[in-house]
Ligand binder design. Structure first.
Ligand SMILES: NC(=O)c1ccc[n+]([C@@H]2O[C@H](COP(=O)([O-])OP(=O)(O)OC[C@H]3O[C@@H](n4cnc5c(N)ncnc54)[C@H](O)[C@@H]3O)[C@@H](O)[C@H]2O)c1
Length: 352
């Protein structure tokens, strides 16, 4: 490996810290700078990695010692640091969702156009080896003509009893569950490309403390060629599901993330079963996490599968920086724009 990619982290919270830890353990990266709106958080993370503290994302973006800026701020605060870093010629990794409104997504895309650095979006599930293979095989025509891509993420997400003013529970800052939990929607539109039509409907919101969370959102997209994308997300479903499927005229392939498997079906018969990760221990970790209850930001280093996922993502980030992979750079904004459009369409109990 040539020289390590020098990383500056904007947002030293739960995921910024997780990415910094994964960078430190990855030979392609070194963490050199950290900034956070809360100086103590920046100082703690910087100290853990012997990195410098920068006073603002602008200062960090202009730091000559930084090659790649990681934007891990809350969902509604991605645009300003991303644009500053792209304008300063840096490669930029923006956590998902790219943005929660058209204006901020548009400003990032405008800054990325003609920028020296690459715009890389944290759609981590694209990097899972089994998923990457599914989408590559679909693109090669291994399943025949693609007629459907579908995905679901449905489970009860436990929230703290007293979350305070937590941005994740405020849809004006999180974008709501469809955007915050965008992973499978991204896989669907990454597979199918730009949709021609977006339809979305949501169930009545469920009360939580002083606020509400979405109960259930179903989104359908169609492509200009007539393929169908189907997506379902819920944070209050007691029967958990977590899967992604591509169906063609010759075969279907389905990743069952709760089982850690990717299965190819022909005429209803399972003809091949592989893993989600090329690592049986990580697949087993998916299985053992699936049987436990789920919550946001449970803290700590996360289970093995999550750490493996972030390492796979960093492999793709390194390849994006060197221009040898487009896994995390193609269709950077499609899922966010579909999610924004769908959120505008989704009204409790009313199909549009
Ligand atoms: N890929 C995944 O699976 C995954 C998982 C968790 C979170 N995320 C994403 O990561 C991002 C961060 O989420 P989190 O859970 O770490 O949130 P968090 O609240 O734990 O951390 C966000 C941090 O950003 C800081 N911040 C806010 N405004 C800032 C600014 N202007 N400049 C610098 N720092 C600022 C906050 O002080 C906080 O420390 C979100 O976009 C989230 O959707 C992705």
């Amino acid at each position: 490996m040539s020289e390590a990619i020098r990383v500056g982290i904007v947002g030293a919270g739960f995921f910024g810290s997780m990415i910094a830890g994964a960078c430190a353990a990855h030979e392609a990266f070194t963490v050199v700078a950290v900034t956070d709106a809360m100086p103590d958080a920046a100082r703690r993370l910087a100290e853990a990695h012997s990195a410098s503290v920068r006073g603002s994302f602008t200062e960090l973006a202009e730091d000559d010692a930084v090659d790649l800026v990681v934007v891990a701020t809350p969902n509604h605060l991605h645009a300003e640091p991303a644009v500053a870093a792209l304008n300063a010629g840096k490669h930029v990794f923006v956590e998902k969702p790219l943005g929660i409104d058209e204006e901020s997504v548009g400003s990032i895309l405008a800054a990325a156009r003609g920028a020296r650095g690459r715009l890389i979006v944290g759609h981590v599930m694209r990097s899972f080896p089994g998923v990457r293979r599914m989408v590559a095989q679909a693109g090669r025509g291994d399943f025949g003509t693609i007629v459907e891509a579908a995905g679901a993420r449905r489970r009860v997400v436990h929230l703290p009893a007293d979350p305070g003013d937590w941005w994740k529970l405020d849809r004006r800052r999180s974008g709501g569950e469809l955007l915050h939990e965008i992973h499978e929607l991204d896989l669907v539109v990454w597979t199918l490309g730009e949709p021609a039509q977006v339809l979305s409907v949501s169930g009545a919101p469920v009360a939580h403390g002083d606020g509400v969370v979405d109960s259930d959102i179903v989104t359908v997209v169609t492509t200009p060629g007539g393929a169908l994308g189907r997506h379902s997300v819920s944070t209050s479903a007691h029967r958990a599901e977590w899967w992604f499927r591509i169906s063609g005229t010759e075969a279907s392939v389905e990743a069952d993330f709760r089982a850690g498997t990717v299965t190819r079906y022909v005429d209803g018969v399972a003809v091949e079963v592989t893993g989600v990760f090329d690592d049986p221990a990580a697949d087993e970790s998916l299985r053992s996490s699936a049987v436990k209850s789920q919550s946001y930001n449970s803290g700590g280093p996360g289970p093995l599968w999550m750490r493996t996922a972030v390492t796979c993502e960093l492999d793709e980030v390194a390849a994006a920086v060197t221009g040898t992979s487009t896994t995390l750079t193609e269709h950077p904004a499609t899922a966010a724009l579909v999610g924004i459009r769908a959120s505008g369409l989704s009204t409790a109990g009313v199909a549009r």
